[in-house]
Design a protein around this ligand. Structure first.
Ligand SMILES: [Zn+2]
Length: 418
Protein backbone atom coordinates (compact mmCIF):
# COMPACT_ATOMS: atom_id res chain seq x y z
CA UNK A 1 0.00 0.00 0.00
CA UNK A 2 1.33 3.41 -0.89
CA UNK A 3 1.24 5.84 2.02
CA UNK A 4 -0.16 9.04 0.49
CA UNK A 5 0.46 11.04 3.63
CA UNK A 6 4.21 10.96 2.93
CA UNK A 7 5.64 14.27 1.89
CA UNK A 8 8.98 14.84 0.24
CA UNK A 9 11.01 17.90 1.12
CA UNK A 10 12.98 19.51 -1.73
CA UNK A 11 14.78 22.87 -1.59
CA UNK A 12 12.76 23.97 1.42
CA UNK A 13 9.31 23.06 0.07
CA UNK A 14 7.24 19.96 0.85
CA UNK A 15 5.39 17.91 -1.77
CA UNK A 16 2.77 15.22 -1.14
CA UNK A 17 3.06 11.81 -2.75
CA UNK A 18 1.01 11.73 -5.99
CA UNK A 19 -2.29 9.83 -5.75
CA UNK A 20 -2.54 9.90 -9.53
CA UNK A 21 0.14 10.22 -12.17
CA UNK A 22 1.00 13.93 -12.11
CA UNK A 23 2.00 15.36 -15.49
CA UNK A 24 3.56 18.82 -15.58
CA UNK A 25 3.77 20.27 -19.09
CA UNK A 26 6.06 23.21 -19.87
CA UNK A 27 4.72 24.70 -23.12
CA UNK A 28 7.70 26.60 -24.47
CA UNK A 29 6.88 30.21 -25.37
CA UNK A 30 3.19 29.93 -24.50
CA UNK A 31 1.93 33.48 -24.40
CA UNK A 32 -1.60 33.09 -22.98
CA UNK A 33 -3.19 34.52 -26.15
CA UNK A 34 -2.20 31.37 -28.09
CA UNK A 35 -4.56 29.32 -25.92
CA UNK A 36 -7.35 31.92 -25.98
CA UNK A 37 -7.28 32.35 -29.76
CA UNK A 38 -7.13 28.59 -30.37
CA UNK A 39 -10.02 27.97 -27.95
CA UNK A 40 -12.07 30.68 -29.71
CA UNK A 41 -11.32 28.98 -33.03
CA UNK A 42 -12.67 25.70 -31.66
CA UNK A 43 -9.25 24.07 -31.94
CA UNK A 44 -8.94 23.10 -28.26
CA UNK A 45 -12.12 21.32 -27.13
CA UNK A 46 -10.49 19.64 -24.10
CA UNK A 47 -8.82 22.86 -22.91
CA UNK A 48 -12.05 24.82 -23.41
CA UNK A 49 -13.78 22.45 -20.97
CA UNK A 50 -10.88 22.42 -18.49
CA UNK A 51 -10.75 26.21 -18.33
CA UNK A 52 -14.18 26.14 -16.70
CA UNK A 53 -14.15 22.77 -14.93
CA UNK A 54 -10.54 22.79 -13.69
CA UNK A 55 -8.35 25.69 -12.61
CA UNK A 56 -7.00 28.64 -14.58
CA UNK A 57 -4.64 31.01 -12.77
CA UNK A 58 -2.47 33.84 -14.02
CA UNK A 59 1.20 33.08 -13.28
CA UNK A 60 4.59 34.71 -13.68
CA UNK A 61 7.71 33.02 -14.97
CA UNK A 62 11.20 33.96 -13.82
CA UNK A 63 13.14 36.81 -15.43
CA UNK A 64 15.14 36.40 -17.63
CA UNK A 65 12.20 34.83 -19.46
CA UNK A 66 14.28 32.16 -21.17
CA UNK A 67 14.00 28.42 -21.51
CA UNK A 68 16.70 26.97 -19.25
CA UNK A 69 16.18 29.18 -16.16
CA UNK A 70 12.46 28.53 -16.22
CA UNK A 71 12.55 24.80 -16.86
CA UNK A 72 15.00 24.44 -13.99
CA UNK A 73 12.85 26.64 -11.77
CA UNK A 74 9.83 24.45 -12.46
CA UNK A 75 11.63 21.18 -11.63
CA UNK A 76 13.37 22.57 -8.52
CA UNK A 77 10.45 24.70 -7.26
CA UNK A 78 12.79 27.66 -6.75
CA UNK A 79 14.13 30.71 -8.65
CA UNK A 80 17.59 30.87 -10.27
CA UNK A 81 19.16 32.40 -7.11
CA UNK A 82 18.72 28.91 -5.64
CA UNK A 83 19.37 26.58 -8.59
CA UNK A 84 21.96 28.73 -10.38
CA UNK A 85 20.72 28.40 -13.98
CA UNK A 86 20.09 32.02 -14.97
CA UNK A 87 20.32 31.83 -18.75
CA UNK A 88 20.93 29.52 -21.66
CA UNK A 89 24.40 31.02 -21.63
CA UNK A 90 26.64 32.97 -19.22
CA UNK A 91 30.10 34.50 -18.84
CA UNK A 92 32.42 32.97 -16.30
CA UNK A 93 34.88 35.73 -15.26
CA UNK A 94 37.08 33.24 -13.40
CA UNK A 95 37.97 31.38 -16.59
CA UNK A 96 37.23 34.31 -18.95
CA UNK A 97 34.98 32.07 -21.03
CA UNK A 98 31.42 32.25 -22.28
CA UNK A 99 29.72 29.02 -21.29
CA UNK A 100 26.50 27.25 -22.32
CA UNK A 101 24.35 26.53 -19.26
CA UNK A 102 23.61 22.94 -20.25
CA UNK A 103 25.97 21.20 -17.89
CA UNK A 104 24.51 19.70 -14.68
CA UNK A 105 27.65 20.71 -12.80
CA UNK A 106 26.30 24.29 -12.96
CA UNK A 107 23.13 23.24 -11.10
CA UNK A 108 23.13 24.22 -7.42
CA UNK A 109 19.94 22.51 -6.27
CA UNK A 110 18.45 19.05 -6.61
CA UNK A 111 15.24 18.50 -8.57
CA UNK A 112 11.81 17.46 -7.32
CA UNK A 113 12.05 14.62 -9.84
CA UNK A 114 15.26 13.18 -8.36
CA UNK A 115 14.00 13.55 -4.78
CA UNK A 116 10.82 11.63 -5.59
CA UNK A 117 12.78 8.92 -7.37
CA UNK A 118 15.06 8.56 -4.34
CA UNK A 119 11.91 8.02 -2.25
CA UNK A 120 10.69 5.29 -4.61
CA UNK A 121 8.56 7.14 -7.19
CA UNK A 122 8.67 6.34 -10.91
CA UNK A 123 9.72 9.30 -13.06
CA UNK A 124 9.49 10.07 -16.77
CA UNK A 125 10.90 13.17 -18.50
CA UNK A 126 10.67 13.97 -22.20
CA UNK A 127 12.03 17.20 -23.65
CA UNK A 128 11.99 18.46 -27.22
CA UNK A 129 15.61 19.62 -27.56
CA UNK A 130 18.50 17.66 -26.17
CA UNK A 131 20.02 20.82 -24.58
CA UNK A 132 17.76 20.42 -21.53
CA UNK A 133 17.92 16.68 -21.06
CA UNK A 134 20.99 16.46 -18.84
CA UNK A 135 19.89 19.32 -16.58
CA UNK A 136 16.37 17.94 -16.15
CA UNK A 137 17.68 14.40 -15.67
CA UNK A 138 20.32 15.39 -13.13
CA UNK A 139 20.31 13.08 -10.14
CA UNK A 140 17.98 10.51 -11.72
CA UNK A 141 19.12 6.91 -11.95
CA UNK A 142 18.48 4.84 -15.02
CA UNK A 143 18.58 1.19 -15.96
CA UNK A 144 15.91 -1.49 -15.33
CA UNK A 145 13.06 0.04 -13.23
CA UNK A 146 14.89 3.40 -13.31
CA UNK A 147 13.68 6.74 -14.64
CA UNK A 148 13.11 7.56 -18.30
CA UNK A 149 14.61 10.83 -19.58
CA UNK A 150 15.27 11.60 -23.23
CA UNK A 151 14.82 14.25 -25.92
CA UNK A 152 12.65 13.99 -29.04
CA UNK A 153 15.62 15.44 -30.95
CA UNK A 154 17.78 12.40 -30.20
CA UNK A 155 15.10 9.77 -29.65
CA UNK A 156 16.96 7.37 -31.95
CA UNK A 157 20.07 7.43 -29.74
CA UNK A 158 18.64 6.38 -26.38
CA UNK A 159 19.99 3.56 -24.25
CA UNK A 160 18.63 1.89 -21.13
CA UNK A 161 21.77 2.88 -19.20
CA UNK A 162 21.75 6.59 -20.09
CA UNK A 163 18.09 7.41 -20.82
CA UNK A 164 16.15 4.57 -19.18
CA UNK A 165 14.80 3.37 -22.51
CA UNK A 166 16.43 1.45 -25.33
CA UNK A 167 15.78 3.07 -28.75
CA UNK A 168 12.86 5.36 -27.91
CA UNK A 169 12.31 6.00 -31.63
CA UNK A 170 11.52 2.35 -32.24
CA UNK A 171 9.22 2.29 -29.18
CA UNK A 172 7.35 5.33 -30.53
CA UNK A 173 7.40 3.98 -34.08
CA UNK A 174 7.91 7.42 -35.64
CA UNK A 175 10.66 9.11 -37.66
CA UNK A 176 13.20 11.29 -35.83
CA UNK A 177 11.66 14.78 -36.01
CA UNK A 178 13.47 17.76 -37.52
CA UNK A 179 14.90 20.00 -34.78
CA UNK A 180 13.16 23.05 -36.28
CA UNK A 181 9.63 21.71 -36.52
CA UNK A 182 6.28 21.35 -34.78
CA UNK A 183 6.86 17.59 -34.93
CA UNK A 184 9.63 17.89 -32.35
CA UNK A 185 7.07 18.95 -29.74
CA UNK A 186 4.48 16.44 -30.94
CA UNK A 187 6.94 13.59 -30.30
CA UNK A 188 7.24 14.82 -26.69
CA UNK A 189 3.49 14.31 -26.17
CA UNK A 190 3.34 11.13 -28.21
CA UNK A 191 6.04 9.74 -25.90
CA UNK A 192 4.33 11.01 -22.75
CA UNK A 193 1.06 9.30 -23.67
CA UNK A 194 2.71 6.06 -24.85
CA UNK A 195 4.89 5.79 -21.74
CA UNK A 196 1.97 6.51 -19.40
CA UNK A 197 -0.08 3.81 -21.15
CA UNK A 198 2.79 1.38 -20.68
CA UNK A 199 3.38 2.20 -17.00
CA UNK A 200 1.59 4.28 -14.39
CA UNK A 201 4.42 6.74 -13.76
CA UNK A 202 4.04 8.77 -10.58
CA UNK A 203 5.51 11.95 -12.07
CA UNK A 204 5.90 12.96 -15.72
CA UNK A 205 7.56 16.16 -16.96
CA UNK A 206 7.09 17.15 -20.61
CA UNK A 207 8.83 20.17 -22.14
CA UNK A 208 8.29 21.39 -25.72
CA UNK A 209 10.06 23.84 -28.05
CA UNK A 210 8.84 27.29 -29.08
CA UNK A 211 9.64 26.97 -32.79
CA UNK A 212 6.01 27.65 -33.76
CA UNK A 213 5.54 30.56 -31.33
CA UNK A 214 8.69 32.31 -32.61
CA UNK A 215 7.25 32.22 -36.13
CA UNK A 216 3.50 32.51 -35.72
CA UNK A 217 1.35 34.94 -33.74
CA UNK A 218 -1.60 33.83 -31.59
CA UNK A 219 -4.60 32.96 -33.74
CA UNK A 220 -2.51 32.27 -36.85
CA UNK A 221 -3.81 29.05 -38.45
CA UNK A 222 -0.42 27.34 -37.99
CA UNK A 223 -0.38 28.27 -34.30
CA UNK A 224 -3.98 27.08 -33.88
CA UNK A 225 -3.08 23.74 -35.48
CA UNK A 226 -0.17 23.37 -33.08
CA UNK A 227 -2.43 24.01 -30.10
CA UNK A 228 -5.06 21.63 -31.54
CA UNK A 229 -2.37 18.94 -31.65
CA UNK A 230 -1.36 19.56 -28.01
CA UNK A 231 -4.99 19.64 -26.85
CA UNK A 232 -5.61 16.16 -28.27
CA UNK A 233 -2.65 14.68 -26.31
CA UNK A 234 -3.63 16.51 -23.09
CA UNK A 235 -7.10 14.96 -23.44
CA UNK A 236 -5.45 11.53 -23.65
CA UNK A 237 -3.34 12.18 -20.55
CA UNK A 238 -6.51 13.26 -18.74
CA UNK A 239 -8.35 10.13 -19.90
CA UNK A 240 -5.51 8.05 -18.47
CA UNK A 241 -6.37 9.50 -15.06
CA UNK A 242 -3.46 11.92 -14.78
CA UNK A 243 -3.49 15.23 -12.99
CA UNK A 244 -2.38 17.55 -15.80
CA UNK A 245 -0.64 20.86 -15.00
CA UNK A 246 -0.03 23.17 -17.96
CA UNK A 247 2.35 26.07 -17.66
CA UNK A 248 5.07 27.78 -19.72
CA UNK A 249 8.69 28.81 -19.46
CA UNK A 250 7.93 32.31 -20.84
CA UNK A 251 5.60 34.21 -23.14
CA UNK A 252 6.36 35.57 -26.62
CA UNK A 253 6.03 39.04 -28.13
CA UNK A 254 6.62 40.67 -31.54
CA UNK A 255 9.93 42.59 -31.69
CA UNK A 256 9.86 44.03 -35.18
CA UNK A 257 9.23 47.25 -37.07
CA UNK A 258 6.17 47.69 -39.31
CA UNK A 259 8.33 46.71 -42.32
CA UNK A 260 9.19 43.39 -40.67
CA UNK A 261 12.81 44.19 -39.77
CA UNK A 262 13.86 43.44 -36.16
CA UNK A 263 13.41 46.31 -33.70
CA UNK A 264 16.64 46.22 -31.72
CA UNK A 265 18.60 48.31 -29.23
CA UNK A 266 22.23 47.26 -29.77
CA UNK A 267 23.76 47.51 -26.30
CA UNK A 268 27.38 46.67 -27.21
CA UNK A 269 27.31 49.42 -29.84
CA UNK A 270 25.94 51.91 -27.30
CA UNK A 271 28.52 50.97 -24.65
CA UNK A 272 31.33 51.10 -27.23
CA UNK A 273 30.31 54.65 -28.10
CA UNK A 274 30.15 55.65 -24.43
CA UNK A 275 33.31 53.91 -23.16
CA UNK A 276 35.45 52.95 -26.14
CA UNK A 277 35.47 49.79 -28.19
CA UNK A 278 35.06 46.50 -26.32
CA UNK A 279 35.65 48.03 -22.89
CA UNK A 280 32.34 46.50 -21.86
CA UNK A 281 31.32 42.89 -22.54
CA UNK A 282 27.64 42.34 -23.33
CA UNK A 283 26.22 38.88 -22.64
CA UNK A 284 22.88 37.81 -24.07
CA UNK A 285 21.64 34.86 -22.03
CA UNK A 286 19.17 33.84 -24.79
CA UNK A 287 22.14 32.66 -26.85
CA UNK A 288 22.15 28.95 -27.58
CA UNK A 289 23.12 26.75 -30.52
CA UNK A 290 19.57 26.86 -31.89
CA UNK A 291 19.43 30.48 -33.12
CA UNK A 292 17.52 30.02 -36.38
CA UNK A 293 14.23 31.35 -35.03
CA UNK A 294 15.48 34.30 -32.96
CA UNK A 295 19.04 35.19 -34.08
CA UNK A 296 20.03 35.44 -30.37
CA UNK A 297 17.78 38.49 -30.01
CA UNK A 298 15.64 38.65 -26.87
CA UNK A 299 14.56 41.08 -24.18
CA UNK A 300 17.31 40.70 -21.57
CA UNK A 301 21.04 41.47 -21.45
CA UNK A 302 23.74 41.72 -18.84
CA UNK A 303 27.12 43.40 -19.24
CA UNK A 304 30.52 43.34 -17.57
CA UNK A 305 32.03 46.80 -17.20
CA UNK A 306 35.55 48.19 -16.69
CA UNK A 307 36.35 48.45 -12.98
CA UNK A 308 36.34 52.25 -12.81
CA UNK A 309 32.80 52.55 -14.22
CA UNK A 310 30.33 54.64 -12.24
CA UNK A 311 27.50 52.09 -12.44
CA UNK A 312 24.77 54.37 -11.05
CA UNK A 313 25.59 57.04 -13.63
CA UNK A 314 25.77 54.50 -16.45
CA UNK A 315 22.42 52.96 -15.46
CA UNK A 316 20.79 56.39 -15.43
CA UNK A 317 22.07 57.11 -18.96
CA UNK A 318 20.85 53.77 -20.28
CA UNK A 319 17.42 54.24 -18.65
CA UNK A 320 16.97 57.39 -20.71
CA UNK A 321 17.29 55.50 -24.01
CA UNK A 322 14.30 54.61 -26.17
CA UNK A 323 13.29 50.97 -26.12
CA UNK A 324 14.62 50.27 -22.63
CA UNK A 325 12.23 49.24 -19.85
CA UNK A 326 14.49 48.48 -16.87
CA UNK A 327 18.18 49.00 -16.05
CA UNK A 328 19.93 48.27 -12.77
CA UNK A 329 23.23 47.16 -11.33
CA UNK A 330 23.86 43.43 -11.17
CA UNK A 331 23.12 43.48 -7.45
CA UNK A 332 19.83 45.37 -7.95
CA UNK A 333 18.74 43.07 -10.76
CA UNK A 334 19.68 39.91 -8.87
CA UNK A 335 17.75 41.05 -5.79
CA UNK A 336 14.68 41.99 -7.80
CA UNK A 337 14.62 38.97 -10.13
CA UNK A 338 16.07 36.35 -7.74
CA UNK A 339 19.22 35.65 -9.75
CA UNK A 340 22.69 34.42 -8.73
CA UNK A 341 25.01 37.45 -8.50
CA UNK A 342 28.14 35.52 -9.43
CA UNK A 343 26.64 34.60 -12.81
CA UNK A 344 25.34 38.03 -13.79
CA UNK A 345 27.31 41.04 -14.96
CA UNK A 346 27.74 44.52 -13.47
CA UNK A 347 24.54 45.83 -15.05
CA UNK A 348 21.28 44.24 -16.22
CA UNK A 349 19.29 45.74 -19.09
CA UNK A 350 15.73 44.79 -20.06
CA UNK A 351 14.23 46.10 -23.28
CA UNK A 352 10.71 47.44 -23.58
CA UNK A 353 7.90 45.36 -25.07
CA UNK A 354 8.24 44.99 -28.86
CA UNK A 355 11.97 45.83 -28.67
CA UNK A 356 14.90 43.40 -28.54
CA UNK A 357 18.21 44.09 -26.86
CA UNK A 358 21.16 42.89 -28.94
CA UNK A 359 24.93 43.10 -28.86
CA UNK A 360 26.12 44.83 -32.04
CA UNK A 361 24.67 44.28 -35.54
CA UNK A 362 27.68 42.32 -36.83
CA UNK A 363 27.43 39.83 -33.95
CA UNK A 364 23.94 38.64 -34.91
CA UNK A 365 23.43 36.35 -37.86
CA UNK A 366 19.93 37.25 -38.94
CA UNK A 367 20.18 35.57 -42.33
CA UNK A 368 18.15 32.57 -41.21
CA UNK A 369 15.45 34.71 -39.62
CA UNK A 370 12.76 34.31 -42.26
CA UNK A 371 9.76 35.76 -40.41
CA UNK A 372 9.46 39.09 -38.53
CA UNK A 373 11.17 38.66 -35.15
CA UNK A 374 9.12 37.35 -32.24
CA UNK A 375 11.03 36.68 -29.04
CA UNK A 376 11.05 36.86 -25.24
CA UNK A 377 13.23 37.58 -22.22
CA UNK A 378 11.98 40.75 -20.51
CA UNK A 379 9.07 41.79 -18.34
CA UNK A 380 6.58 41.84 -21.22
CA UNK A 381 6.93 38.06 -21.57
CA UNK A 382 6.68 37.18 -17.88
CA UNK A 383 2.97 36.32 -17.78
CA UNK A 384 2.33 32.63 -18.42
CA UNK A 385 -0.67 30.33 -18.05
CA UNK A 386 -1.20 27.92 -15.16
CA UNK A 387 -4.02 25.55 -16.01
CA UNK A 388 -4.96 22.30 -14.24
CA UNK A 389 -7.61 19.71 -14.97
CA UNK A 390 -8.45 19.78 -11.23
CA UNK A 391 -9.96 22.20 -8.78
CA UNK A 392 -7.49 23.51 -6.19
CA UNK A 393 -7.65 23.86 -2.42
CA UNK A 394 -5.75 25.99 0.04
CA UNK A 395 -4.67 28.82 -2.24
CA UNK A 396 -4.26 32.15 -0.47
CA UNK A 397 -6.27 34.92 -2.10
CA UNK A 398 -4.05 37.43 -3.83
CA UNK A 399 -1.10 35.02 -4.02
CA UNK A 400 1.05 35.65 -7.10
CA UNK A 401 1.45 32.18 -8.57
CA UNK A 402 4.79 31.46 -10.26
CA UNK A 403 5.37 28.84 -12.94
CA UNK A 404 7.70 27.08 -10.49
CA UNK A 405 4.68 26.44 -8.24
CA UNK A 406 3.54 23.86 -10.82
CA UNK A 407 4.48 20.81 -8.71
CA UNK A 408 3.12 22.44 -5.54
CA UNK A 409 -0.24 22.95 -7.26
CA UNK A 410 -0.29 19.51 -8.89
CA UNK A 411 0.85 17.50 -5.88
CA UNK A 412 -0.33 19.52 -2.85
CA UNK A 413 -3.38 21.49 -3.96
CA UNK A 414 -5.10 19.62 -6.79
CA UNK A 415 -8.29 17.94 -5.57
CA UNK A 416 -8.23 14.35 -6.76
CA UNK A 417 -11.27 12.09 -6.29
CA UNK A 418 -10.70 8.54 -5.02
ZN1 LIG B 1 11.60 28.72 -24.12
Amino acid sequence: MTDYSVSISVNGRDYLWPKRPTVVVCIDGCERAYIDRAVEAGAMPWTARILSEGSDLPADCVVPCFTNPNNLSIVTGQPPSVHGICGNFFYDPASDTEVMMNDPKLLRAGTILAAFQAAGASICVVTAKDKLRKLLGHGLSFGPDGAVCFSAEKCDQTTLAEHGIEDARAFLDCPVPEVYSADLSEVVFKAGVALLKQKRYDIVYLSTTDYIQHKHAPGDPVANDFYRMMDSYWAELDALGATVVLTADHGMTPMHNPDGTPHVVYLQTILDEMLGENRARVILPITDPYVVHHGALGGFATAYMPEETDLADLCAKLRALDGIEWVGTGAEGCARFELPEDRMGDIIVISAATTAVGSSPERHDLSSLKEPLRSHGGLSTQAVPMILNRKLRGLDAGLQVRNFDAFDLGLNRAIVEG
